[in-house]
Design a protein around this ligand. Structure first.
Ligand code: AMP
Length: 281
């Protein structure tokens, strides 16, 4: 396992590594969801290719200082996990080497990032695009893997790659869940025991509402109402948003005619969790 913290060193080392090269961008505190992405990367490049995992808690994508300060970090165990899952290289830069003091150029996305999570997290997706672009440029990866759990992030990255003609293939990976259905997330460790037990309600509520679609309902409103009612069964959950959107352009849909997404963001105190299910009419 090669661990690199300098961008210049990364460029040098990667120049000698066998292609294809697959990048898995993460913020660390790795769990089964990340492991699945790394395994998928290994599959995508085969035995002979190279898998690189980046571990970088990107400050410019955090809109709340407190969230950044409390973001879990676990580099030692992350290294072991990456090695076991089949990565060759870990890139774990310091903030000062990723963002030079005179940094004045960023990527901005102006449509998808005004919706859903973007509406409640101003600047978040611009921060994501900027760091992901830097990782693409530094790694010159042929392929990059992202989780569908963060479906809006995946949509934004795909749009960036298409709009800016970036020569890279983007692969989305299914969401990995805990036994009770909660989508795995590094933030789950910040839930209290009571909140963790309660949090299975998120996925259950989405599935219960999605059942209506299977029974023939095509109007969004009753499906949203059903999900909201189910979530009200929790004494802790505060809903940030609950929406049905088009799977491609993320615009709200009133009638479900095309593949859509029932998406939710909730707060347990100050821990914000997101989840979604696909609605296929
Ligand atoms: P993060 O470290 O939270 O920034 O996530 C790094 C990558 O792992 C992103 O592409 C996420 O979408 C993906 N990811 C995080 N949690 C999961 C999960 N439960 N299932 C699948 N992918 C995930």
């Amino acid at each position: 396992m090669i661990i690199i913290d300098s961008p210049q060193q990364l460029i040098k080392v990667l120049a000698k590594m066998p292609r294809p090269l697959c990048l898995v961008p993460t913020m660390g505190a790795l769990h089964e969801g990340h492991i699945a992405l790394i395994r998928k990367a290994r599959q995508a490049v085969g035995e002979c290719g190279t898998v690189i995992v980046s571990i970088f808690v990107n400050p410019i994508q955090f809109d709340k200082e407190d969230d950044l300060a409390k973001y879990p970090r676990a580099l030692e165990s992350d290294v072991v996990i990456c090695e076991k899952a089949g990565a060759e290289i870990i890139f774990t830069p310091e903030v000062v080497t990723m963002y030079e003091s005179d940094s004045s150029i960023t990527i901005s996305e102006n449509r998808l990032s005004t919706l859903l999570c973007g509406a409640s997290r101003p600047g978040h997706f611009n921060g994501v695009c900027t760091v992901v672009m830097k990782l693409f440029m530094l790694s010159r990866a042929d392929i990059a893997i992202f989780g569908k759990k963060d479906f809006q992030q995946l949509a934004v990255i795909k749009r960036m790659v298409r709009n800016l003609n970036i020569p890279i293939e983007i692969i989305g990976h299914e969401t990995i869940r805990e036994h009770d259905g909660l989508a795995m997330s590094s933030r789950n460790t910040r839930l209290t025991q009571d909140h963790r037990t309660d949090s299975s309600i998120i996925y259950r509520s989405l599935n219960a509402a999605a059942e209506l679609l299977k029974l023939g309902e095509r109007i969004s409103e009753p499906i949203l109402l059903a999900a909201r009612k189910y979530l009200l069964g929790s004494q802790y959950v505060k809903i940030d948003y609950l929406e049905i959107v088009d799977a491609e352009n993320l615009e709200r849909v009133a009638i479900i005619r095309k593949p859509s997404i029932l998406a939710v963001a909730v707060f347990y105190d100050n821990v914000r969790l997101i989840d979604h299910v696909e609605l296929k009419p």
